[in-house]
Design a protein around this ligand. Structure first.
Ligand SMILES: C[S@@+](CC[C@H](N)C(=O)[O-])C[C@H]1O[C@@H](n2cnc3c(N)ncnc32)[C@H](O)[C@@H]1O
Length: 317
């Protein structure tokens, strides 16, 4: 089967004894179509073929997992098979599943995504959790706090924080107007337009107040490594979301410089990074903030992932 061939459902062959199959025996069901789709994806080299096959079929059929398990013999129509064939062909060309589905889950909420925005990653949930550990006590007593999410993309980090910190204002910046359009759709979808303000521009250059927390998942892949990434990433995700210059740290360094001017006295800066950058980044943070607490937090895979700089208790210069 080629990448562009619709997955061929295996038909049930309940023996009628006739040579010509009856209409009933030709009927495709969601479960037979899932099997065929998994096979097509596997043959195209998709690692998560079993899961993705099911997700794509359920997406087209408009059913959740519970419905699939309670009614695996639900009929799968010809129109649905045609629609599925188009989506499977896209996936076989290594377009990421979230772009095909048009949405993806992050930290318990569902986000609209398209190729203008990075697909939210599980490791970025570590960034959000660290931010909440810092900001929840600060927000107690309904004290208003101001957060900047730099390079907001889909808005997933800004919205996750706004939902859990009702008294926070989040300034969400991005250099890409197309990304900000998606962020805006997600802000409206999750009903946080009263808390999240979007700014188009380079990092925090358009911001001139003080910030309690600066948080960012910036582009941090060394430019030379991008062509060697999985095709899903290298060919389909926005290049502005990936490349961080020759050593991957160009944007992070500029953001740390800006942060040193904009952080409030008890503020914090949290930046996601590429694990091999850990020791360089930590030492640069110590040089920039010699009196602050600078540390690195690991993600759920046990990899160094988030730089945390907390100014609290820092001796005044
Ligand atoms: C790695 S993505 C992160 C998106 C989102 N925050 C997330 O975690 O899924 C980085 C984002 O930074 C934006 N970006 C790149 N360079 C920028 C710059 N100089 N100023 C502001 N945003 C920038 C990109 O457009 C992209 O949306």
């Amino acid at each position: 089967m080629t990448a562009t061939t619709p997955p061929t459902p295996r038909h049930s062959r309940s023996g009628s004894g006739n040579t010509a199959p009856s209409q009933e025996s030709l009927r495709s069901t969601v479960s037979t179509v899932i099997q065929a789709t998994r096979l097509t994806l596997k043959e195209a080299g998709i690692e998560e073929a079993p899961l993705e096959g099911e997700v794509l079929v359920r997406h087209v059929a408009g059913i959740d997992r519970a419905s699939l398990y309670s009614d695996p013999d639900r009929a799968f129509s010809y129109a649905e098979a045609r629609q599925l064939a188009t989506l499977v062909a896209r996936r076989c060309k290594r377009e990421p599943l979230p772009y095909i589905l048009g949405h993806w889950e992050f930290y318990g909420l569902d986000y609209i995504v398209n190729p203008a925005v990075l697909i939210p990653r599980p490791e970025t949930e570590t960034l959000v959790e660290e931010a909440l550990i810092f900001a929840l006590p600060m927000a107690q007593g309904n004290r208003p706090i101001t957060i900047a999410d730099v390079g907001t993309g889909s808005g997933c980090v800004a919205i996750s924080l706004a939902k859990r910190l009702p008294h926070a204002t989040v300034v969400a910046t991005d250099i890409s107007p197309d990304a900000l359009e998606i962020a805006w759709q997600n802000i409206e979808r999750h009903d946080v337009a009263n808390q999240v303000r979007l700014h188009e521009g380079d990092l925090l250059s358009s911001y001139d107040g003080k910030l309690d927390l600066i948080i960012s998942n910036p582009p941090y892949i060394p430019d030379g490594e991008i062509p060697g990434l999985q095709p899903e990433v290298a060919l389909h995700e926005p290049s502005a979301a990936l490349g961080g210059g020759p050593d991957g740290l160009s944007i992070i360094r500029r953001l740390m410089e800006q942060g040193s001017e904009l952080l409030a006295p008890n503020g914090a800066l949290m930046i996601e990074f590429n694990p091999p950058q850990s020791s360089v980044l930590l030492s640069e943070a110590h040089s920039l903030w010699p009196n602050a607490e600078c540390r690195v937090v690991k993600d759920l895979a046990g990899l160094d992932r988030v730089l945390v700089v907390e100014l609290e208790g820092q001796a005044s210069a």
